[in-house]
Design a protein around this ligand. Structure first.
Ligand SMILES: Cc1ncc(COP(=O)(O)O)c(C=O)c1O
Length: 377
């Protein structure tokens, strides 16, 4: 049996009859950049997260940038970012000329550990980026308390967490601004690059609209420095169709995660992901940790397990094998191995199992059987 890590074709085939005419409509109208399909998607995506504004962008990375840019982050400022995340979570700060300051993640949620945030705050700290990694919301109440106490801007990176919930409230309503990615493999994926910023703040929404379109709200009148971060019409059309299915697909992902738990519960060589009591996890990724056993380290066993699964037609991923503080591009910041042990352990032992809405029960059972077989050897 073959189990891909992700299967975009099966999803496209299930909605082809709606996607193809939506794309044809863009071609017929030649509305290639922004346009009605994008504006309609913006209002539906804002509604889906119970917020006032959505500003469609050309990628989630742009969302990371615009979230900090639109809230006034400047060169010289420091921005707190989890060490365990995708590199783009830090680009928001670097693109604003600010300095990323990393903080370790929590051993159960894998998200930024609020207890470690306060120690990283200095006179120059201006913002905290809460990343809802793998689809699980970060612990927003303590983060908000810290942000309020120190007068910091709290933003959310929800690239992997569309419609995830924290204490029954959708992500995106906690920080000043929240960025999303619609990269094709995301829970809500475009057919190319795409992203968005959502906010309840009228001023931030206005700033973000200007920044994405050359610093202007009115053609050829450039109020501020800006960029071209506009969404393509075709992506808006695709996302508009797909958004209608997001809840159903999210439920399917959650049900797949439940099945993984059922069939893998009790396998003593692995640690399964934990849904925190405050979270409705949307399982963009299902990341297990491979534990050390019989003189073999977790990293060694992880490599062997991944190889064994691959030999049996099962494809896995690593998210993420090098934590941000150890990335070569941040060498000048002076971090070293050992600074953030939880993130480092996860980088060495985390293994992402196949996860997508349409993943079938027999595939999940097959993955589990091969994992058990590997450890039985
Ligand atoms: C946590 C996180 N932030 C930001 C991004 C950037 O999104 P994009 O690839 O759309 O630029 C990603 C994409 O993988 C991500 O996972």
């Amino acid at each position: 049996m073959q189990v891909p890590f992700l299967d975009l074709k099966v999803q496209y085939n299930s909605i082809k009859d709606e996607i193809n005419p939506a794309i044809q409509n863009i071609l017929d109208n030649t509305s290639f950049v922004m346009g009605k399909a994008v504006f309609d998607f913006e209002s539906e995506f804002a509604k889906a997260h119970d917020v006032k504004h959505c500003v469609a962008l050309s990628s989630g990375t742009d969302g990371n940038h615009v979230a900090l840019w639109a809230t006034g982050i400047k060169p010289g400022d420091e921005v707190i970012i989890p060490a365990n995340t995708f590199i783009a979570s830090a680009w928001g700060a670097t693109l604003c000329g600010a300095k990323p300051v990393f903080v370790d993640c929590h051993s159960e949620s894998y998200n930024i550990d609020p207890e470690k945030v306060e120690k990283a705050i200095t006179q120059k700290t201006k913002a905290i980026v809460a990343v809802h990694l793998y689809g699980q919301p970060a612990d927003m109440n303590p983060l908000k308390e810290i942000a309020d106490k120190h007068n910091l801007i709290l933003v959310e990176d929800a690239a992997q967490a569309h419609i995830a919930e924290y204490n029954s409230k959708k992500v995106g309503g906690f920080g000043k601004a929240t960025s999303f990615s619609f990269y094709p493999g995301k829970n809500l994926g475009a057919y190319g690059e795409g992203g968005a910023l959502i906010t309840n703040d009228d001023n931030i929404a206005k700033n973000a609209r200007m920044l994405r379109d050359h610093g202007s709200l009115e053609k050829y009148n450039h109020e501020v420095f800006g960029h071209n971060y506009r969404m393509e019409g075709m992506q808006g059309a695709v996302l508009g169709v797909k958004l209608k299915y997001l809840k159903q697909w999210t439920d399917m992902r959650r049900s797949n995660a439940e099945k993984y738990h059922l069939v893998l519960d009790g396998v003593k060589n692995i640690k399964l992901p934990k849904e925190m009591p405050y979270a409705k996890h949307v399982y963009h990724l299902f990341v297990i940790q491979v534990l050390s056993a019989e003189n073999k380290s977790g990293i060694e066993l992880r490599g062997q397990l991944a190889d064994y699964l691959k030999q049996n037609g099962i494809f896995t991923g690593l998210h993420y094998p090098i934590p941000l503080h150890l990335q070569p591009c941040f060498k000048s910041l002076g971090y070293k191995k050992g600074d953030f042990p939880v993130s480092e352990t996860l980088a060495e032992t985390g293994l992402s199992l196949p996860m997508y809405a349409e993943l079938s029960d027999d595939k999940i059972e097959y993955v589990a059987s091969k994992i058990k077989e590997f450890f039985a050897k």
